[in-house]
Design a protein around this ligand. Sequence first.
Ligand code: GRF
Length: 194
Amino acid sequence: MDMRLGILISGNGSNMLNISKACESGELNAVVSIVISNKDSVGIKKARNFGLNALILNPKNYKSKESYEKEITNALKINKVSLVCLAGYMSILGTSFTTTWKNKVINIHPSLLPAFKGKNAQLQALKKGVKYSGCTIHYVTDKLDSGKIIDQNIVKIDDRETEKTLTKKILIEEHKLYIKVLKKLIKGSVYEYG
Ligand code: GRF
């Protein structure tokens, strides 16, 4: 049976669309059952244009972070999601969410964690003058970019690299890495870790 994915986004949604296309083409034995965005984003438009079930849940409409995240859990459960993929979801998930979905939430981050956590990871790498950076997929805990690392892809930083060129280079690797990791998780089944 196909694994049912829920994808959480906030922005451009290129990883979300890439995963959805891989599901659609049969490259991944999975189905994107719901895309949730915390705002009216470019990504949510892409999801709808692709014919996906896409929902905007604005945290401002909830009395607490916990009740907002409970609503996310409800939407995921109604859609029988077994793995939650964060793809540019720009908010830290709280303890009750990460406990409910322990080892069933993964995130992609544009650096070789544990280096350069948080925002503007590409710029942080450039400022440090490192020669290699990349992207990481890891399990999500309530600590920023800190859960167990699943896999990483590396990119070489050239002498004339800018934030824009590095971001583009890393994004290409992100798309490959997400599919690679999902294949691995689908094969091994994440249920074992839960
Ligand atoms: C990616 O760089 C991802 O690593 C980070 O947010 C960005 C999302 O890009 N967490 P997109 O929305 O998938 O295009």
